[in-house]
Unconditional design. Structure first.
Length: 83
């Protein structure tokens, strides 16, 4: 993967991109470094009532370049356990 701005990644819309920027994640490289779990934790801590598990799926999908709703069930289950 190249180092794209966070807003250029699959599954990351304008609202999520803005929230990610607010928690210090502005690029693909930063998302890769932190991983989907830590990135989700930061979002959830900053926006507790506005962030759902769909954000975790979206972050993982962004890293895999997959639509969030096409993530394998076993991957989603493993992420939930690790969360």
């Amino acid at each position: 993967m190249s180092n794209k701005p966070i807003s250029a990644l699959r599954n990351i819309g304008p609202t999520t991109a803005a929230r990610l920027h607010q928690v210090g994640i502005a690029s693909q490289e930063e998302l890769e470094k932190l991983g989907p779990l830590e990135s989700f934790r930061r979002l959830k801590a900053a926006f507790p009532d506005k962030v759902s598990l769909n954000a975790l799926w979206a972050l993982q999908g962004a890293l895999l370049d997959l639509p969030w709703n096409e993530l394998p069930h076993d991957l989603k289950a493993r992420l939930k356990v690790e969360l």
